[in-house]
Write a protein that binds this ligand. Structure first.
Ligand SMILES: [Fe+2]
Length: 278
């Protein structure tokens, strides 16, 4: 079997201060606890976990302190990127040991996991809900991608660079998607672009590469494709994404699995001990 590297992606944790529910209704801390239990139990273990933004909710120092307490049981290596609900400064102080690429401003990171380069891009715009990759981030991305010709690279950022059809979210997606596309198109080693923000599993092609939005463990944005309702959320089945890279010709191949969180009946065998269908 081809060698594989497993990258789990969880997104949009929206951790509130202890005891507070999001929108007076969603226990985002409990949702994260269930998600971490699922990640810890998954076998074979993921090699790395990316948290693609909106780690906190308001944000506040108290929320990041609580977030760190909730993340403590996670047995896997992880890294977070800011979303529009985060504060760069508070994240820098909450995770002081992280080797961010730039000494101030956007919290970009390159993480090597075996043969893979994970490039984590900070698309947050302080004080605004939409996303944008600023000039230093675009420059950094271009330089990083130019630093190798053969290592497969996965990009992670909070804001999707495409429209989903959910208009109140599309207004606050990545506003300079064309600038990202122009860079991605120059580097065949970019194999996937993984995002968050919309709280639901979504797939498209962007700049010729697969591009996904990660599902969440808490509340999903209502799939309202015709502005029939006020911006709303629903409690849908919780899930995370598992991106699997398989070694192979050129850059190998990448597959994304949608992994439901919870305990479900099974697994049950398809065949009896003699190999007959049950
Ligand atoms: Fe967001």
């Amino acid at each position: 079997m081809a060698k594989q590297i497993r990258i789990a992606q969880i997104s949009d944790l929206h951790i509130k201060p202890p005891g507070k529910l999001a929108y007076g209704r969603v226990d985002t801390a409990k949702a994260l606890e269930r998600c971490i239990a699922a990640l810890n139990a998954f076998a074979p273990a993921p090699d790395f976990v990316v948290i693609s933004g909106d780690l906190a909710d308001a944000p506040s120092v108290e929320e990041y302190v609580y977030l760190k307490r909730l993340l403590a049981p996670l047995k896997l290596r992880f890294a977070g990127i800011p979303g529009n609900h985060d504060s760069r400064e508070m994240m820098r102080s909450a995770f002081p040991d992280v080797a961010y690429a730039l000494p101030s401003g956007p919290l970009n990171q390159r993480i090597e996991v075996g043969e893979l380069d994970l490039l984590l891009l900070d698309s947050s715009v302080p004080g605004k809900p939409h996303g944008e990759l600023d000039a230093p981030t675009l420059q950094w991305l271009d330089t990083e991608l130019g630093s190798s010709r053969d290592r497969p690279a996965l990009l992670f950022l909070h804001h999707p660079p495409f429209a989903t059809g959910i208009s109140h979210m599309d207004r606050q997606n990545l506003h300079n998607a064309a600038a990202l596309a122009a860079i991605v198109q120059r580097y065949p080693r970019v194999r996937h672009i993984a995002t968050g923000h919309v709280h639901r599993a979504t797939l498209t092609m962007f700049a010729g590469r697969p591009c996904t939005i990660c599902p969440v463990a808490n509340h999903a944005v209502d799939l309202d494709l015709d502005q029939m309702r006020e911006p709303s959320f629903r409690i849908e089945p919780p899930a995370f994404h598992l991106h699997i890279w398989f070694a192979g010709e050129r850059f190998g191949s990448l597959v994304t699995h949608h992994v439901p969180i919870g305990s479900f009946d099974g697994p049950h065998p398809f065949f009896d001990p003699d190999g007959r269908l049950l």
